[in-house]
Design a protein around this ligand. Structure first.
Ligand code: MLT
Length: 407
């Protein structure tokens, strides 16, 4: 008899963004004329930068001749891309990361979801609340979360984010083994300072724990005092893995390209308490289950680091950040409290006593705006909504006008 993985029965019925997509599709089918503005899922709307398009074309062209054709690529990604990443994203910021420590992949969603496979099933996990649902859901699937009561899982140590702590959770008060952090944060848009991040690195060292640091939104940082990478913190290489993505940086949400940094000295412990390096374990996992990102896509990603690519990317991100400022200004006018939107494409808005799904429904029905209900990111998200700045200026402006009319 074929039996299921019972852990799947512990999950909420639907993945958050699928649940929202279904609700919006239902609304659209009942209101065919509705001009819906989507500020929900953080999906980019601007094209790939011309520098990436041109490199993409050239990459495809190379596949048309036997002399330049490529079959399977290197498991960890082509050296031309890994070397650029190491120099431009890390070494130039004083973070000593080598090209060999970089694994190219098809997305940070997959990598943040898959990385937990390397660890024992009875480890204790600290997860922020609110949180990008992938971190929690993949640990539930693996059977680490335990039973749930009132929306919280017994074996998870929750790191509460609130207006009071500016959505920067405090260090856990009990021992934990694996810690998920994301800065600039999805969903709240909150950012962490170097000294705050230093405390987390120190805590991980003390606990012999590991930090999974999701930096998918680092390109939105405009405050130069903020860290772009956890590896800007001394000693982090032993206790942290970092996830980066071209999705939001360069518009690759559909094209798919990301990278994960597993430093050579990063460790976990085996049953007898001896250190074991994570780099060869992740290498083993990826080479078994993953066959790389296509050559033209990696060529397109490499163009992100060309001089034209850098200018085009900055223009795109500045444009989204201007949308974010327009959203923040509207929230100021409406006297709604919020965080984010300055070094992040997300604005996390307090609904002044509104239930987050009610607020979502009201915006959809009365203003045809899609947002993301805070509760979907965890219990601490109740009472909040997230608005994304990923859309055209015109749509963001219309959405804000519509919000002003109904609130
Ligand atoms: C989000 O809206 O939170 C993101 O787009 C989700 C993702 O990147 O997978």
């Amino acid at each position: 008899m074929i039996r299921i993985n019972e852990n799947y029965n512990q999950l909420k019925a639907s993945y958050l963004f699928l649940e929202i997509a279904n609700k919006v599709a239902q609304f659209q089918s009942e209101n065919t004329d509705a001009d819906i503005i989507r500020l929900g899922i953080g999906d980019v709307t601007k094209t790939l930068p011309p520098a990436c398009i041109s490199a993409f074309h050239n990459g495809v062209e190379e596949l048309s001749s036997e002399s330049t054709f490529k079959g399977y690529g290197p498991y960890n990604g082509y050296a031309f891309l890994r070397e650029k990443i190491a120099q431009e994203d890390f070494q130039k910021r004083g973070a000593d990361i080598d090209a060999d420590e970089i694994f190219i992949s098809d997305g940070s969603k997959c990598d943040t979801g898959n990385f937990q496979e390397l660890f024992a099933n009875d480890i204790t996990i600290a997860i922020p609340d609110p949180v990008y649902p992938v971190y929690l859901d993949t640990n539930i699937m693996a059977g680490r979360a335990g039973d749930s009561k009132n929306g919280r899982y017994k074996n998870i140590v929750y790191l509460d984010g609130t207006m009071e702590n500016g959505f920067i959770p405090q260090l856990p008060s009990k021992p934990v083994d694996l810690i998920y952090l994301c800065f600039p944060n999805n969903p709240t848009g909150a950012v962490i300072t170097k000294s705050q991040l230093k405390e987390w690195v120190g805590f991980a060292k003390e606990q012999k724990a590991l930090i999974l640091f999701d930096a998918a939104y680092e390109a939105f940082i405009r405050d130069e005092t903020l860290p772009h990478s956890i590896f800007e913190i001394e000693g982090a290489k032993e206790v942290a893995v970092e996830f980066r993505s071209f999705s939001k940086t360069a518009g690759f949400t559909g094209t798919r390209c990301a990278y994960t940094i597993v430093p050579k000295e990063c460790v976990a412990y085996n049953e007898s308490g001896s250190k074991q390096l994570l780099h060869p374990l992740w290498q083993r996992r990826q080479s078994t289950k993953f066959n790389g990102v296509s050559y033209p896509v990696q060529k397109a990603a490499e163009a992100v680091y060309s001089s034209e690519g850098k200018v085009q990317i900055k223009q795109r991100i500045d444009d989204y950040l201007l949308n974010a400022r327009i959203i923040c200004k509207t929230m100021d006018d409406l006297k709604l409290n919020y965080v984010g939107g300055k070094n992040s494409p997300y604005i996390w808005i307090h609904g002044n006593g509104r239930d987050s799904w009610d607020f979502f429904d009201m915006l959809l029905k009365k203003a045809q705006i899609v947002c993301t209900p805070g509760k979907g990111f965890g219990q601490c998200g109740e009472g909040y909504i997230r608005i994304s700045a990923f859309n055209s200026r015109e749509n963001v402006q219309s959405a804000m006008e519509r919000m002003k009319k109904i609130l």
